[in-house]
Design a binder for this molecule. Structure first.
Ligand SMILES: Cc1cc2nc3c(=O)[nH]c(=O)nc-3n(C[C@H](O)[C@H](O)[C@H](O)COP(=O)(O)OP(=O)(O)OC[C@H]3O[C@@H](n4cnc5c(N)ncnc54)[C@H](O)[C@@H]3O)c2cc1C
Length: 561
């Protein structure tokens, strides 16, 4: 088998690289280890963070490369290279425009989605994060069946309707607009008779499913082959140049010559327990990650065997997670909104708060590790809330109590996902948390809720915190009293959306040796490469945006464009 460009992995990075390499004249092939395509990308929110993107101007939002560079330089604080940051800022808007013009990949600007640190120099109150336009998966025909779409159940309302970021906000506020939306979407779902005959799966896709579907359809338009069940086993080299790969197909080895280059886009190593133990701080587990199961860091050893160097292996796209038993899905639920709602706090085993719970999720996990190192036993921590919170807000697999009261919840959730007690003291006893400490913390927090000010951790001071608040009644939308029995507790783990360490690359996504020389013919993008974002997570979409952009640049370099 001989092609010009071989993309290893079928997530956002692999499919974007393949698509663009094809358009630049390269004969292209995508190989995928799993029996479904899409990787973590298809499970994700599908959001891309692209400063100064072309959609912002259409909404009258001003941005500039200078502001974005200031923002990233401030946040990355030396953990990324200036050359790569500039390459990102220069090329991400171009990648977006090009794909919008030439392929099925379309984004919409989420104008109200603030950067994760909007008050930092160069930060923006909205517009840099964009989400994929809703996609009708019927266009994929049989290829829909092999899309790895099991969207995190949190984003599937009622197990039927995938929602966009924008819809999520409206739904959290409730009321007539939310009811109208749900009725319309459920009607659309149930009247799609052909799809219903084939199964439960909704063909109206948003978020990561829409992105994976749009990329896959763009490859189908171009007749770019995508081989499933085909893991890479070895990189082939000649005189120091990567000239192809040895892969396994139908259980047999196949040599694939790649005349112009190999793009490693095989995702992170979130599901490789030995690698996590080796590279990352403890306690760590591959059972707390929300990333896709086939991401086991396979290419890392293949690359280092031919001289590639690594960075950021100790870091991840951290996100607190909860574990809820589920017969059909992974038990891991990301905790993005629950920690921000008024009337909930996160405590350690001493019953004490140790951070601003409404901070960006990446920061929340870092705080958990820090508190744990300082002896606070914060892993797992506990989210504590009362009946008012339970009635108003969703939490993991539980819809708000006003829609799904406790008696209507699946029986296995109580005790396995949440614990409930009529008193805070009893709750503390049930979950092994110091009761006096918890009662003290709640009393103090209720005072903060009354004044609207959290002097300890400044929860709700940032626009970011308030973006995820909903149905606010008091002076601070992120603060609310915990006073109405029964009281609830849910365990919180230091999870992630995937790891972010891997091959060091340059501004053209070429894989670098320890001596900073590029390995000819070898490229890396997405979570198998060390992220351009360094140790920070500047905004929603800061993982997929760079994954697509550097894959795009790899295609250009390989094609000689
Ligand atoms: C619930 C959730 C929500 C998220 N939301 C967002 C969001 O809105 N915005 C954002 O920017 N990020 C988000 N993320 C993170 C984001 O999904 C990932 O960082 C991103 O999709 C990684 O893209 P990738 O192309 O590097 O890898 P992936 O999309 O994971 O694709 C890698 C592919 O490589 C394949 N592979 C692995 N090993 C081999 C091998 N040996 N041979 C061949 N193929 C192999 C895998 O099977 C997989 O299909 C989210 C993640 C999760 C879990």
């Amino acid at each position: 088998m001989s092609v010009d460009f071989l993309a290893v992995g079928s997530g956002a990075a692999g499919m974007t690289g393949a698509l663009w390499a094809h358009d630049l004249g390269a004969e292209t092939l995508v190989i995928e280890k799993a029996s479904v395509y899409g990787g973590s990308t298809s499970l994700s929110g599908g959001v891309v963070w692209v400063p100064n993107n072309p959609l912002m101007a259409r909404h009258g939002i001003h941005d500039s490369p200078e502001e974005a560079e200031l923002y990233l330089e401030t946040l990355t604080a030396g953990s990324s290279s200036r050359e790569q940051l500039r390459a990102y800022l220069e090329n991400a808007p171009r990648m977006m425009t090009t794909l919008a013009e030439k392929s099925r990949v379309q984004f919409e600007c989420v104008t109200s989605y603030p950067d994760y640190f909007p008050e930092a120099p160069g930060g923006k109150p909205g517009g840099r994060s964009c989400e994929p336009a809703v996609f009708d998966a019927r266009q994929l025909g049989d290829e829909f069946k092999t899309m790895g779409l099991q969207p995190n159940e949190k984003q599937v309302v009622g197990g039927r309707v995938t929602i966009r970021v924008t819809d999520g906000h409206m739904l959290l506020e409730g009321g007539w607009p939310a009811m109208r939306f749900m009725m319309r979407e459920l009607l659309r779902y149930y009247t799609n008779v052909r799809a219903r005959r084939q199964g439960r799966r909704n063909t109206q896709l948003s978020i990561g499913g829409a992105l994976a579907g749009r990329l896959r359809l763009s490859l189908l338009d171009r007749k770019v082959p995508l081989w499933l069940d085909t893991p890479i086993r070895e990189l082939l080299t000649e005189d120091g140049r990567v000239v192809g790969a040895l892969v396994e197909r139908d259980g047999k080895p196949v040599r694939i010559q790649a005349r112009k280059g190999v793009l490693l886009a095989a995702g992170g190593f979130e599901h490789n327990s030995p690698m996590r133990q080796r590279y990352q701080q403890g306690p760590i587990s591959d059972r707390w990650t929300a990333g896709c199961e086939s991401n086991t860091g396979d290419t890392i050893d293949l690359g280092t065997a031919i001289g590639a160097s690594l960075a950021l292996m100790d870091d991840s796209w951290w996100c607190p997670t909860m574990l809820a038993p589920s017969p059909a899905h992974s038990p891991v639920r990301i905790m993005i909104v629950e920690k921000n709602f008024a009337g909930g706090i996160i405590v350690n085993a001493q019953g004490k708060r140790f951070m601003n719970e409404a901070a960006p999720y990446n920061e929340v996990v870092k705080s958990m590790y820090l508190a744990n190192q300082r002896g606070g036993t914060a892993i797992p921590a506990h989210l504590i809330f009362d009946a008012t919170y339970r009635r108003r807000y969703p939490c993991g697999p539980m819809m708000p109590g006003q829609a799904t009261p406790d008696r209507m919840l699946p029986k296995n959730l109580e005790g396995n996902f949440f614990v409930k007690n009529q008193t805070l003291e009893g709750l503390a006893r049930n979950i092994g948390v110091d009761a006096a400490g918890l009662i003290d913390t709640v009393t103090q927090f209720n005072d903060y809720a009354a004044t609207g000010h959290d002097p300890d951790f400044h929860r709700g001071d940032s626009l970011h915190d308030r973006f995820y608040a909903a149905r606010a009644t008091g002076p601070n939308p992120n603060l609310g009293a915990i006073e109405q029995p029964p009281f609830y507790a849910v365990r919180v783990f230091p999870g992630d959306l995937g790891t972010k360490g891997g091959f060091r690359t340059d501004a053209r996504a070429r894989v670098l040796t320890a001596a900073n020389t590029a390995i000819p013919g070898l490229y890396a993008a997405g979570n198998c490469s060390a992220s351009v974002m360094g140790n920070t997570y500047p905004g929603a979409g800061a993982t997929i945006g760079p994954a697509m952009t550097f894959a795009f640049l790899a295609a250009e370099d390989a094609a000689g464009a």
